[in-house]
Design a protein around this ligand. Sequence first.
Ligand SMILES: N[C@@H](CCC(=O)N[C@@H](CS)C(=O)NCC(=O)O)C(=O)O
Length: 204
Amino acid sequence: MKLYFTPGTCSFAPHLAIRELGLDVELRRVRLGADPVVVADGRDFRQINPLGYVPVLELDDGRILTEGSAMLLHLADAHPDGGLAPPAGSAERDELHRWLVFIGTELHKTFSPWLFHPEYGEQAAQVARERLFKRLAVVERQLDGRPYLLGDRFGIADAYLFTVVDWVRPLKIALDDYPHIAAYLERVRARPAVAEALRREKTP
Ligand SMILES: N[C@@H](CCC(=O)N[C@@H](CS)C(=O)NCC(=O)O)C(=O)O
């Protein structure tokens, strides 16, 4: 399995799930931009993902998966003993799907591109921040009394939530009004798999 990734981006979510599951993976670093390239060999990354974005997961059978949530579900379902997702057909699984879609559409795509690209202008960033705060309030309520998004157990939704909400750090967004989220980020950050994934991304 190969993971095309860029440090500091949403590709950390499938990477974290891979480390939580203790799987082997070859990391391929991608330099994003107008002409994204695979750093190791200078290949045009659009040959792998025509839209030029990470993450991309290349499976051992040669299949290429794009879309982080699809990768997370694939990883959890291929390794059910890892306990990163509730079984298909359960009410908990419905909740997982709901949260993955919420994180992808309401959080991830509010943070990025609007808060990371100054070229959109301060007005767009302000609208995005207001949108984000309303959505963080929903997460804050969910985390009240729950160590992880779906309850007592870390799962793939947490890999994704941690990855995107931790962008408050580079963006210098204070979490004073969101104490449960702040505690949650530290709880997830303390997991050995996070340290392992960060270490591997420095020296892939
Ligand atoms: N829908 C994709 C979005 C992935 C995405 O937004 N990737 C960002 C990094 S967080 C990226 O590579 N952006 C560069 C670009 O779009 O050119 C997914 O959920 O996997």
